[in-house]
Structure formats: C-alpha cells, structure tokens
Design a protein around this ligand. Structure first.
Ligand SMILES: Cc1ncc(COP(=O)(O)O)c(C=O)c1O
Length: 390
C-alpha cells in the first residue's frame, strides 16, 4: 500500500523565503538586509541579567504560562505604555517568541470551516499559521503608496464564518502604522460579526514621523475580543532568545495556555527573568531606541532612492518596501538573486508577502536594523547598482 508520508498541511506552504535569503547572503558573502534581526549587541544590562539568572540556578521549567516575575513585568509595562490594565494571573501567556504566540492563539480559537482575515502584503508566517491551525485565510489588500485598505473590500471579507482578523501594527513589511480611525473601522466590523482581533504589536516601539502606537485592545469594547501579541525580539534586540507573550481575556487565555503547554511547555526560564528586567527598563531606553532607528531610517532611504529604488517611506517597524520597476526586471525573485550574487546585498522578494506572488513582482523589502558600518557597506555596493544601470 502506498502511503502519503507528508501531511497535506505541510505540503501547502514552502520554506520561509526570508530565512532562505539569509542563507544565500552567507553563501555569497552578501550584506544581509533581508531578515529582520539586528547585527548590533543587545543592551549590556539584559545580557548580564540573563547570566545572573543562569548563575542563580533558574535553569528548570518555569510555570508553563510564564514566570510570575515576567508576567508581572508585562502587566506593569502594558499599563504605562498601552494604557491597558492586565491581570498577570489570568490574562498573560508567555510563549517561545511571538511566532509561537500567533500559532498557539490561532490553534486555540479556530475550528474547521473558520476563516481568518489577513491584510496583505503580510508577514510571511501568517499564511502557514492559518494552514496549520486549519483556518481558511481571506486576504484584504493594503494599497500602496500609503498602504490604506478599501472599506468595501474589508467589509466584504467579513461573513458568518469569520473567526478572527490578524492586524500587524506597526507593520512588516510596509512600515504602515494603523491609525485610530482605521482600527475603529476594523473594531466596528469585529463587533458586528463577532470576530476576534489578533494584533501582532512586536514593533510597538519603532515609530517615526511622530506616529503613535495604538493597541487595538484599548478601543471601546475590544478588550474582550482581542488577543495582543508581543515579544522581546525587536524592542530589546534579542531575536534569538525566543521569548514572546499573549494578552487575552481569561477564557481565551485558558485555551491558549493549554495549546502552548503541549506545543512547547514553556519559554526559556532564565531568559524570562532577564525579560522581566528588560520590561522594567526606564522609559528613556525606548526614546533612545526610537531615536536610533530614526537615524538608521534616514540613513538608508536616500541610499536606496539614489540607487534607483522607489521607496515607500515607513512610519514604523524597521523595513523599507520598494518598487523595482525602474530596473526592468519582470520577476522580483530573479532581481533579488541578481542583487545577492552580483551586487552583494540580500533583500526579500516582494512576492513572499502576497498570496498571489504576482502582486509582489515589482517589489523587494530591505531591513535597516543594522550597524552604521553595515549600512555603509551596503551603500557602497548599491552604488555599483546605479552605475550598472547606467
Ligand atoms: C510582524 C512580525 N511578527 C513576528 C515576528 C517574529 O517575532 P518573534 O521573534 O517574537 O517570534 C517578526 C519577525 O520578523 C515580525 O516581523
């Protein structure tokens, strides 16, 4: 008897294009402006806190839904930064990165036949997340240049089968920061159709142009129907620590905690202790983080424009989406391959952010969470591109 060894779910999605671009960057010795991880050190205080925790023998399983000290710190920070009062005993689950937080959340609420609305271009994990949890994704386009959505398109994505809508603000890959009125429009539809909002707010502190981060859960009536997802990766430059969390109403939290327990048992115990230290850093830390990212953003935008890219200037997160039409390539993947091999700069092809690859054929994404010398080296190489294009 022949057996289908690979699951239908696993067959439905490909390997991560973003992580693949990082491997290609290593292969060709390219400057890696593809995957969003900083190449500068994490704050000294956090590194010491992690070492302290290990030396203090915090080396065994933490409570499955998160060490108390860390959950308390999450509640404290959510109060001052988001304006949201959270019960650390009943509303927080600590996970292995916000990646697990998203999957555990979807697995906790999705039933066969349920639909999940995803804005596109999207962070590439959301597609496989929907498939793994058994949801049917419905896509709503964010339209360049300001990445706004069309009200009619959004309304027509909601129906009786809609279980959740995923919102990522500040947004990867577009740099969009959802405005209060946009969030209110989405919230009204969530109320009308009894839908859960799952908000990935991992870039909550990386904002430009005086934009403010608004947590969906703080909008009228949304606290009871929002799962807020966050983590240490971006705000504290520790993407390899794999510590994230969800904030959700108690009933949903109970379900998330069960799924999380059987998926991973728990996030690294000493790193949760260090995370508690991180979330209690003084407010000046976040001002400095924002100022540093503003400098990097202002550094890379003219370089890209000079090289011939049309840039969609970001209001938040640490990416620049660009239009590559000027280079005459009809295929973003081919152009990305040319950039990594011949120019020595790795980027992410735009098609990986869309369910129909065609929609991203004229785009590539750069990240700028890098040291000044890395950005300078990329600048030198991209000048070569301008001269090749003549
Ligand atoms: C929007 C978004 N969500 C989640 C993640 C992954 O976060 P974590 O490291 O917490 O799993 C990323 C990483 O690039 C991201 O861009």
């Amino acid at each position: 008897m022949t057996k289908q060894i690979i699951s239908h779910k696993a067959e439905q999605f490909t390997e991560s294009v973003i992580r693949e671009m990082t491997r290609q960057a290593h292969l060709y010795g390219a400057i890696n402006l593809s995957q969003g991880f900083p190449d500068f050190p994490a704050p000294e205080e956090l590194k010491l806190a992690a070492c302290d925790a290990i030396m203090a023998d915090i080396n065994q399983y933490a409570i499955t839904w998160g060490a108390k000290n860390f959950r308390d710190a999450i509640a404290e920070k959510s109060s001052w930064y988001l304006g949201m009062e959270v019960d650390p005993e009943r509303e927080i689950t600590v996970t292995c990165g916000s990646t697990e937080a998203m999957l555990a959340s979807l697995m906790a609420i999705v039933n066969p036949g349920d639909e999940v609305i995803v804005f596109e271009p999207f962070y590439e994990n959301y597609g496989p997340d929907a498939i793994l949890s058994g949801a049917t994704p419905r896509y709503v386009t964010l339209h360049a240049p300001d990445w706004s959505f069309d009200t009619d398109e959004l309304q027509s994505a909601f129906n009786d089968n809609t279980k959740a809508i995923i919102i990522n603000t500040p947004n990867n890959p577009t740099g969009k920061v959802f405005s209060r009125s946009e969030l209110e429009e989405i919230a009204a539809l969530c109320h009308r159709w009894n839908v859960i909002a799952i908000t990935d707010e991992i870039y909550e502190h990386i904002l430009f142009n005086d934009k403010k981060h608004i947590a969906m859960a703080t909008l009228d009536g949304m606290r009871d129907r929002t799962i807020t997802i966050n983590g240490l990766s971006k705000t504290y430059s520790v993407t390899g620590w794999r510590v994230g969390y969800t904030i959700a109403p108690p009933e949903i939290t109970l379900a998330i905690r069960k799924v999380h327990d059987f998926l991973t048992v728990g996030a690294a115990a000493p790193l949760q202790e260090a995370g508690a230290r991180a979330l209690r850093l003084p407010r000046s830390y976040y001002d400095q983080l924002q100022a540093d990212y503003s400098t990097r953003r202002d550094r890379i935008l003219p370089v890209l424009k000079e090289a011939g890219f049309k840039c969609f200037d970001p209001d938040g997160a640490y990416y620049v989406m660009t239009d590559i039409t000027a280079f005459g390539y009809v295929d973003d993947v081919e152009f990305a391959r040319f950039l990594v091999k011949e120019i020595g700069v790795a980027v992410v092809p735009g098609s990986s952010f869309y369910h129909e690859p065609q929609l991203g054929r004229a785009q590539v994404r750069f990240t700028f969470c890098k040291r000044d010398e890395t950005l300078r080296a990329a600048e030198e190489r991209l000048q070569k591109l301008a001269s090749l294009m003549g």
